[in-house]
Design a protein around this ligand. Structure first.
Ligand SMILES: NC(=O)c1ccc[n+]([C@@H]2O[C@H](COP(=O)([O-])OP(=O)(O)OC[C@H]3O[C@@H](n4cnc5c(N)ncnc54)[C@H](O)[C@@H]3O)[C@@H](O)[C@H]2O)c1
Length: 316
């Protein structure tokens, strides 16, 4: 058992605290917004209940267990003192991350590792010299108690032992670390997602398709194969000659990167900001966001369990 500190108790932070607690670690969670820290135990308990109902977590890990496994601590110094790994999950703003790293340099134990959950930032230039050797990016996907991928990146000065320690902790919890040799901005999954998203915005903005056309195509076309084959094994099954021909016969021009989408802006303008607002691209009726997240989690769990039983196509 390792002591883990999680700094930032928002969407990712509370869920990461739960993941490490389920993984057998002693966790302290903090946030500089008292209301966010107060909300965290309820959110963790809801997610934990979904996991125990699905048999993913032993039923003895109940609400009472959770209250001792994850301690919510308002003070940053108290949170990180004695922790082997400090998970940083504060807002995605360089100025705020830089300020937090400055505080952590003086508060963390001398050998403790800083693991940032940043989605897109190259955080290494923001880290003070005293933390450079022991800072890694450990990037999770939401919800991290269901998504197993963890991207691990060292910075230019990171000690390889720090990466190995985080990799081993993550792997021991049944997660799947992908270790990059250096910072790969966007990692693999977020880069692919960003490329796909550009195409989605273009097709919607040009009025070529509806949101339902896109999801029908993904759910009934792309999605069935990806969980078993990924992208690269699928290419082998398609045949690389056809892949080569596909590159030559390219029948359209890929979208230019752009920083806005008219169709997205119009939805937001109309208050259609997604599930939290009850509507976005689709209408989600009167169901509460909590119920919708629970339904999503149950379905994801059922899929995950089925995929675990089926297994991927393994190269022979
Ligand atoms: N949301 C996602 O799907 C997702 C997925 C992977 C990675 N991430 C990354 O995780 C990090 C957190 O994202 P989020 O979605 O949880 O954001 P969030 O806004 O839900 O939570 C961030 C929390 O940080 C807190 N905070 C801000 N300054 C602080 C400080 N000085 N000390 C302590 N707490 C502080 C805020 O009060 C807030 O509760 C970001 O770097 C983001 O890029 C997010």
């Amino acid at each position: 058992m390792t002591e883990i500190a999680v700094v930032g108790a928002g969407l990712m932070g509370h869920a990461l605290a739960l993941v490490f607690a389920i993984g057998g670690h002693k966790v302290r969670l903090t946030d500089n917004n008292p209301a966010t820290l107060e909300r965290a135990p309820g959110l963790m308990a809801t997610a934990l209940a979904t996991l125990t109902e699905a048999g993913e977590v032993d039923a003895s890990k109940d609400r009472q267990w959770l209250s001792t496994a994850v301690r919510c601590v308002p003070d940053l110094g108290e949170t990180v003192k004695g922790a082997t790994v400090v998970v940083e999950a504060v807002v995605e703003r360089p100025d705020i991350k830089r300020a937090v790293y400055g505080q952590l340099e003086t508060l963390m134990d001398p050998d403790a590792i800083l693991a940032s959950n940043t989605s897109n930032l190259d955080i290494f230039p923001l880290v003070p010299p005293g933390l450079e050797k022991r800072t890694v990016i450990a990037h999770w996907y939401t919800p991290p108690y269901l998504c197993d991928l963890v991207d691990l990146c060292p910075g230019p000065h990171t000690d390889p032992a720090a990466v190995a320690t985080v990799r081993d902790i993550v792997a021991a919890m049944g997660k799947v670390p992908v270790v990059f040799k250096q910072m790969v901005q966007g990692y693999v999954a977020n880069r692919l997602q960003a490329a796909m998203q550009l195409e989605v915005y273009r097709m919607l903005d040009e009025g070529l398709v509806t949101p339902k056309d896109i999801d029908d195509s993904v759910l009934h076309g792309l999605a069935l194969r990806i969980p078993i084959l990924g992208i690269m094994a699928k290419a082998d099954f398609t045949g690389l000659l056809l892949m080569q021909q596909g590159l030559k016969n390219r029948s359209y021009t890929p979208p230019e990167p752009r920083d806005r989408s008219e169709s997205l802006d119009a939805l937001i303008e109309a208050g259609r900001t997604g599930v939290m607002a009850g509507k976005g691209y689709f209408d989600w009726g009167d169901a509460s966001p909590e119920d919708l997240f629970r339904e999503r989690d149950r379905k994801l769990l059922a899929l995950k369990q089925a995929l675990r039983a089926i297994g991927p196509m393994e190269p022979k």
